[in-house]
Design a protein around this ligand. Structure first.
Ligand SMILES: Cc1cc2nc3c(=O)[nH]c(=O)nc-3n(C[C@H](O)[C@H](O)[C@H](O)COP(=O)(O)O)c2cc1C
Length: 355
C-alpha cells in the first residue's frame, strides 16, 4: 500500500512530482466503447489550470495539455488501461532554492523528510497539488460516462470564503474567471478581497460544495464501503482539505430528529434532503450533497518561524506563485473526485446487482 491509487474497479494510479519531467496516470476499469479524446479532458483541465492574470489563483503558466498514450482505438475506449501523460513546462525550480533545507509550515516538507529521509523540495514534489491535474483528467472520463449512460451530472461551486457565505443563485455565472462563485453580486467583493490578500501576502480559507443530480436510489455498499464513507475518503485526500460534510454535516448537532429526518412521500419522494441523498451508505435518489473545507494556503509572504534540517529556528517567508484561496482551483478537483467514486460504485453495483 503506497497510496498512489484510488478506486476498486475504476482504478486511478498516478505518478509524478510538481517539478519533475511529467505527471501521469493509468486509469484501469474504464468501460469499453466510450468515445474519448484529449479534447474531453481539456475542458476540466482548463478549469483547474493556474492562470497568469487572475486574482486568487497561482500564476504558474502551464498549458496543461495531456496526451493519451493507450486504451483508445479509433477514438473509442477498448476496456484496456488508459495511460495519460502531462509534461511540466513552467517549473521555475529556482524559486524553491531558498527552502531546500527549510521546512515550510503548513506543507508536507517536514513530514515527508521524517518519513523518507529524502525529499524533492521543488514545489512540494509528490505532495504538490499539481498532482490533482491527473485526478481531473481521470474525473473527466468518469463524468462523461455518468452523464451519457446514467444522466448523472456533477457540479461544484465556491460556497464560502472566510466569513462570506455564497448561495447557489446563478449557475450561469459559474466560471473560473468568476471564481466559480454562483452569485454575481459577490464577485467584485471577492476580487477586492483576493487582491488585498495578495498585496499583504496572506491567504484565506474556503468551502466548496458539490452536488450530483439525477441520482437513482440504490447506489452504494453497506457497512465498510458506504458511499458517504468513500466520498469522504476521496475528498479528504485532496490537498488542503480539513473537513468533509455530507448533507447538513456538522449542523445536525443543532437539530432535532423531528426536523432532520427526511419525510418520505407517496411515490418515494422526500420532503427535504438533510441527509445529503445517502442513507445507510446507499443513495436515496435525491441529489448527493457534499461540503468540503479548504485551509488557507500556507505559502504566503507573511514571515513566520520554522526550522532547517539542522533543527535550528529560522524565519521564513514564502514567495513565488501561489493560490490565495485554494477553493477556487479545487472546484474541478472536487467534481473529479466525486465522479471517480460514483463511477467506481456504479461498476461495483452493476457487478453485484446486475441492474
Ligand atoms: C488545486 C489546489 C491548489 C493549491 N495551491 C496551493 C498554493 O498555491 N499554496 C499553498 O500553500 N497550498 C496550496 N494547496 C494546498 C497544498 O497543496 C497542501 O496544503 C499541502 O500539500 C499540504 O497538504 P495538506 O494541507 O493536505 O496537509 C493547493 C491545493 C489544491 C487542491
Amino acid at each position: 500500500m503506497t497510496g498512489n491509487s484510488i478506486g476498486k474497479i475504476f482504478r486511478v494510479t498516478t505518478f509524478g512530482e510538481s517539478h519533475g519531467k511529467s505527471l501521469g496516470c493509468i486509469i484501469d476499469g474504464v468501460p469499453p466503447g466510450m468515445k474519448i479524446s484529449e479534447k474531453d479532458l481539456r475542458i476540466d483541465l482548463d478549469r483547474r489550470r493556474p492562470s497568469e492574470n487572475e486574482d486568487g489563483i497561482s500564476r504558474r503558466n502551464e498549458p496543461d495539455r495531456v496526451e493519451i498514450l493507450s486504451g483508445i482505438f479509433n477514438g473509442f475506449t477498448t476496456g484496456n488501461p488508459i495511460g495519460i501523460i502531462l509534461n511540466n513546462c513552467d517549473k521555475r525550480s529556482q524559486d524553491y532554492d531558498n527552502i531546500r533545507e527549510i521546512f515550510r509550515p503548513g506543507h508536507a516538507d517536514y513530514t515527508y523528510q521524517k518519513k523518507y529521509g529524502v525529499r524533492d523540495h521543488r514545489g512540494g514534489g509528490r505532495s504538490s497539488a499539481r498532482e490533482t491535474a491527473m485526478w481531473v483528467a481521470a474525473g473527466s472520463i468518469a463524468k462523461k460516462y455518468l452523464r451519457q449512460n446514467l444522466g448523472i451530472t456533477i457540479q461544484a461551486y465556491l460556497s464560502q470564503v472566510g466569513n462570506m457565505f455564497i448561495d447557489f443563485k446563478e449557475p450561469s455565472c459559474l466560471s473560473r474567471k468568476n471564481f466559480f462563485c454562483p452569485d454575481s453580486s459577490k464577485i467584485l467583493e471577492l476580487k477586492k478581497l483576493f487582491s488585498h490578500l495578495k498585496k499583504i501576502g496572506d491567504s484565506v480559507g474556503s468551502k466548496v460544495t458539490v452536488f450530483a443530480k439525477h441520482m437513482f436510489p440504490g447506489l452504494g455498499e453497506p457497512v465498510f464501503h458506504k458511499l458517504n464513507a468513500d466520498i469522504s475518503y476521496a475528498m479528504m485526500n485532496i490537498n488542503g482539505v480539513k473537513a468533509v460534510e455530507i448533507g447538513d454535516g456538522f449542523n445536525v448537532v443543532q437539530m432535532n430528529g423531528s426536523y432532520h429526518r427526511d419525510e418520505i412521500r407517496k411515490g418515494g419522494t422526500f420532503r427535504t434532503n438533510h441527509s445529503g441523498g445517502i442513507l445507510g451508505g446507499i443513495t436515496t435518489g435525491q441529489d448527493v450533497v457534499v461540503h468540503i473545507a479548504f485551509k488557507p494556503s500556507s505559502s504566503i509572504k507573511v514571515p513566520c518561524t520554522s526550522i532547517n534540517h539542522d533543527g535550528e529556528e529560522v524565519t521564513i517567508s514564502v514567495s513565488g506563485r501561489h493560490d490565495v484561496c485554494i477553493g477556487i482551483r479545487a472546484v474541478p478537483v472536487v467534481e473529479a473526485m466525486l465522479a471517480i467514486v460514483l463511477i467506481d460504485h456504479f461498476l461495483m453495483h452493476k457487478g453485484r446487482c446486475m441492474r
